[in-house]
Design a protein. Sequence first.
Length: 359
Amino acid sequence: MNRDAASIGLRFAAALLVGGAGGALFHAAGAPLPWVLGSMAACAAASVAGAPIRASAATRRPMAAVIGVVLGSSFHPGLIAQARDWLVPLALLPLFLASAALLCVLYFRKVARFDPATAYFAGMPGGIAEMVLMGADRGADERAIGLIHGARIFLVVFALPWAVHLIRPAAEQAMAAAPAGGGTLDPALLLWGGGCIALGLLLGRALRLPAWHLIGPLAVSAAVHLTGLSDFRIPGWIVGAAQVGLGATIGCRFVGLTLATLGRTLLLAAGSTAILLTLTIAWAAAIAALTDLDPVLLVLGYSPGGLAEMSMVALGLSLEPGFVIVHHLTRVVLVLIGAPLAFRRPQPPETIWTDRACP
């Protein structure tokens, strides 16, 4: 067991080295959000090439806990007053999710030719783990669901920063560097940050929160900052390292795939991603016209990427991560509740009884 754990740790360390090199390359090229995108692209290429890299639950959970504390530290007492402006997008979020799910499920049924259960859970705008588990319990192809959702997140995280870069060139400098964070790695920061991780993991697991290793530390860190108990800031190099780790984890989802399988998966996911991003932009533009909210922030809040991924993108763009976090948490809860309730297992053909069939 110890040998297996050591092997996993070494493979993840190799993934971080590959991701860091990719991030440095993207940074030198002036790409938007380079430490996420470069790490993601480099690890995806290395995964398909058969490099000895890997990200597993054993490596994702500690990294997710650190990311949770980083995202929670972006909350501040003034955020509560701003939250009143979020009522309209939060109220309209269920309608957006319903329209997105309907179109994507139809796409996977008619275009990808998935069976009904696989198409349904592949088309739901929910988290990877939850959709895979729900789909497997209902007879769906869990590997196909996992690959589609992984590819969707990859494509969304890769596409959105470039889109923002083209639409709003002024954001270039914010995206091209690791987010700034005050403070150094002093005892007080270690105490508060370590305490948020420990208490968050304990509460997250006890309360059975979805993605408890991320949301637990995030919630505790956010509570500490919202209440003013502490205003500890995560150093910029830790935020940059978290971005590299996040990108490496996304890229390592393609470990073991052949180039042909990866190409087909990305092609199918690209169709659903195009549908989702088109809807996202349309809804964000409409809501921005009704409110004074930033349309780019609305796109990130409604986007079909993961909670951690889109929140880190917002942090990298110097936008309000709290808005994105609240909307994605609401999305996760709505999909977790609504998806199984709305699913209807295909019924077998009805038996036609005749007199001859009766005893």
